[in-house]
Design a protein around this ligand. Structure first.
Ligand code: ADP
Ligand code: MG
Length: 706
């Protein structure tokens, strides 16, 4: 942090002393030892504040004693009745049955495991209170292994609040969690939480403390359904605050970046114009707008940090190449990083074809570049001879020394973790200068998600496809129609068009998937001896992959049987049919990427999604979405709904967003409010920013570094 930043941060108020009582570790509570603390840490609870934020995932209603005659199967209820019969029967094993009646109806309690003492305790005529799920049994309504107690003079009345059920982990019982929550709530009475948003919200919004108290024990009569959807005003109030804190922290990273220095990059000699002149096509309006954004950023002496979003085939690469031209015109280097070798190779081909005619030297560097080729690349990078360097993450290995790296372009952003982004940034440092960064993603990120998860990035969207693209017709087909399909592929190829056959995704294992592809390749070759069939899978050496790809591109192959390695990037306009096997096992984003390989030329294309019945609910929904829309943003939104944001961003492992309470899908409607509040706080109440971030994001330090 430089001095500007340090003085500003010192002026932020620290969290109040009172609040720090809630920042104490949970072990200060009664009854918590190291073992329990460890279990709590597994569910993300380390401070008392965390305990307060551990909101119940559901509730049980033990506030009302239900009449036995009113019970319906499926309900979870508290009920009470007089024991009419108790009998241990033998049905393959011993079963204890106990029938209760209350004058309105009866119910049977069924126990498969029970002790002698338990059996003796249940005597005819005693009144028994039980809690459990009602189900239809062979002789009427039943409860299996309910919680129960014999009612006596000391038995307390039913609860007056709903019983919270907390998200938990093995060996951590609800009773325990409830007792701990109660203690934390007592502490909350004496050390109230500062409400940083209260005065910015409407009067009917609950105060933070009240919302927390309410959710740990909602009063009798609270609508359970609203609580279960997570949209109760008290739940929204807390989620809102967390999202504001998260956005503030990202915005602050952005502010921090503005205090860094970068080389301003300008194209004085009109080389971009020359570059565009040489292209075989005109840029689309959306490409031009994105390019303007990039030029504007590059001219500044603060590092660009821009996300370039655009659907598959929208033409992001050429925008990136234009940025590299600006960098070369400024006598600085550009690194272009792709997630896979195949994609890196393809970028290398495009960049070379576009830039070499302008006299810009492009080199290639991946893990599989070895020997003389490697030392030549390394030397060219170090001397500054190489102006554009295309490769995989190998670009950022220790041994690679840049002469003057000023621009880093990352393709398929979502495949790189936070750590890699950080590594890349550090590697890109040139003395005190940080590189400009352009990150491209082909999986459109739903707006809602981008506004929070990527609030630290500026965003350009290419929302227009190059002219002349025809929509891809998509059909979903059971595996049993395979023979007809083979005939169709044959006819298709005999007409002179090409096709992909994407092979079963069996597991996340390159070697097993590759074997499966080999087998399918053999089967198809046997069924269609007339065709020239190529095979492409992840276990092949990249030189071989490239050779096969090239011969497919040059139409020396009719059909390419491949694993999902072709998912990203590959561009063959004459390939107009794609078959995807086991499509029911693939995620939406992946299917969308795969399908993006066809529909790239002038002819109409189609995509056949084969599946093995029966389809489960989720798979049916996914395939339905694929059939109905080709709009990447809609697909991404749907993907988000079906899989959750962690999966969509690929950050479940890297932990970019560890939200405690909020859920980006469920709480998407809060986002306009989140944006309004964050902007207002920064402008009018900057002293609240740090305490809010501390409250919600303490400990998530990597946020500050990326
Ligand atoms: P993606 O955004 O998926 O990375 P690419 O950059 O690979 O897309 O572009 C897809 C194809 O469209 C490439 O063959 C590219 O040359 C071509 N292309 C890009 N922009 C245009 C344009 N404005 N007009 C016509 N074709 C274009
Ligand atoms: Mg691309």
């Amino acid at each position: 942090m430089n001095s500007k930043a340090a003085s500003q941060s010192a002026s932020y108020q620290r969290a109040s002393a009172a609040e720090s009582a809630l920042e104490q570790p949970v072990v200060v509570l009664r009854g918590i030892g190291p073992a329990l603390a460890e279990k709590l840490s597994r569910i993300g609870v380390s401070t008392i504040g965390d305990l307060l934020c551990l909101l119940p995932s559901r509730y049980e209603d033990r506030t009302e004693l239900r009449k036995l005659g009113s019970l319906r199967p499926g309900e979870k209820v508290l009920a009470q009745g007089k024991i009419e019969i108790v009998e241990a029967i033998f049905r393959g094993r011993r079963v204890l049955l106990c029938r209760l009646a209350d004058g309105t109806g009866s119910i049977t309690l069924r126990f498969f495991h029970f002790s002698r003492a338990q059996q003796n305790n249940l005597v005819r005529g005693a009144v028994l209170r039980c809690f459990g799920e009602v189900r239809a049994g062979p002789t009427g309504l039943e409860m299996v292994h309910p919680e129960y107690r014999i009612v006596g003079p000391d038995t307390p009345p039913p609860d007056d609040v709903l019983t919270p059920v907390y998200p938990s982990t093995e060996g951590l019982h609800q009773q325990r969690l409830r007792r701990l929550a109660t203690q934390a709530l007592e502490l909350l009475e004496t050390t109230p939480l500062k409400d940083y948003l209260g005065d910015r919200l409407t009067d009917d919004a609950p105060a933070l403390d009240d919302a927390i108290r309410f959710l740990h024990g909602p009063p009798q009569g609270t609508a359970l359904e609203t609580l279960l959807t997570g949209k109760h005003p008290c739940q929204s109030r807390i989620a809102l605050e967390e999202l504001v804190a998260q956005r503030l922290s990202l915005l602050r990273i952005n502010l921090g970046r503005q205090r860094e220095d970068a080389s301003p990059l300008v194209d004085d000699a009109g080389r971009v114009a020359a570059f565009l002149e040489l292209l075989p096509f005109e840029l689309t309006g959306a490409q031009r707008r994105s390019l303007e954004d990039v030029y504007r950023d590059l001219r500044h002496d603060v590092p660009m940090h821009r996300l370039l979003q655009g659907d598959v085939g929208s033409g992001k690469t050429v925008v990136a190449a234009a940025a590299a031209v600006v960098s070369a015109a400024s006598h600085t280097q550009t690194a272009v990083m792709a997630p896979t070798e195949l994609l890196a190779e393809q970028h290398f081909t495009s960049f070379s074809a576009w830039l070499e005619p302008l006299g810009i030297k492009v080199v290639y560097l991946t893990g599989s570049v070895t020997g003389t080729a490697r030392s030549q690349s390394l030397a060219a990078i170090e001397s500054g001879d190489a102006q554009v360097i295309v490769g995989t993450h190998a670009l950022f290995q220790q041994e690679v020394e840049y002469r003057h790296l000023a621009l880093v372009i990352v393709d398929e952003q979502h495949r790189f973790g936070v750590d890699q982004r950080l590594e890349l940034k550090l590697k890109g440092k040139d003395g005190t200068l940080s590189p400009h960064q352009l990150v491209m993603t082909a999986t459109p990120i739903p707006r809602t998600l981008a506004m929070t998860a990527y609030a630290d990035l500026d965003c350009s969207i290419i929302d227009e496809l190059p002219p002349g693209r025809k929509p891809v017709r998509t059909v979903v087909m059971p595996d049993s129609k395979r023979p007809e399909l083979v005939q169709r592929v044959l006819a298709h190829c005999q007409r002179g068009e090409q096709a992909y056959w994407v092979c079963p995704l069996i597991e996340e294992s390159d070697s097993i998937d590759s074997q499966a592809a080999e087998r399918v390749g053999e089967e198809l070759a046997a069924a269609m001896p007339e065709l020239k069939i190529g095979l492409l899978h992840g276990r092949m050496k990249s030189a071989l992959k490239e050779k096969i790809m090239r011969s497919f591109k040059e139409r020396n192959l009719d059909l390419l049987v491949a694993t999902t390695v072709i998912e990203v990037g590959v561009d063959v306009p004459n390939a107009t049919l794609m078959v995807v096997e086991n499509s029911e096992r693939m995620g939406l984003a992946q299917l969308h990427q795969l399908r993006g390989r066809v529909g790239r030329g002038k002819a109409a294309s189609s995509c056949v999604l084969l599946y093995k019945p029966p389809l489960n609910e989720l798979a049916r929904e996914r395939l339905g979405v694929m059939r109905e829309t080709a709009d990447g943003f809609r697909i991404a939104q749907k993907d988000l709904e079906l899989r959750g944001p962690g999966e969509v961003l690929g950050t479940r492992q890297t932990g970019i967003m560890q939200l405690k309470v909020a859920d980006l899908v469920r709480d998407a409607h809060l986002l306009p409010e989140v944006i309004r509040l964050s902007d207002e706080l920064i402008e009018k109440f900057p002293q609240r920013v740090q305490p809010l971030i501390d409250r919600w994001l303490a400990g998530q330090t990597h946020y500050a570094k990326v």
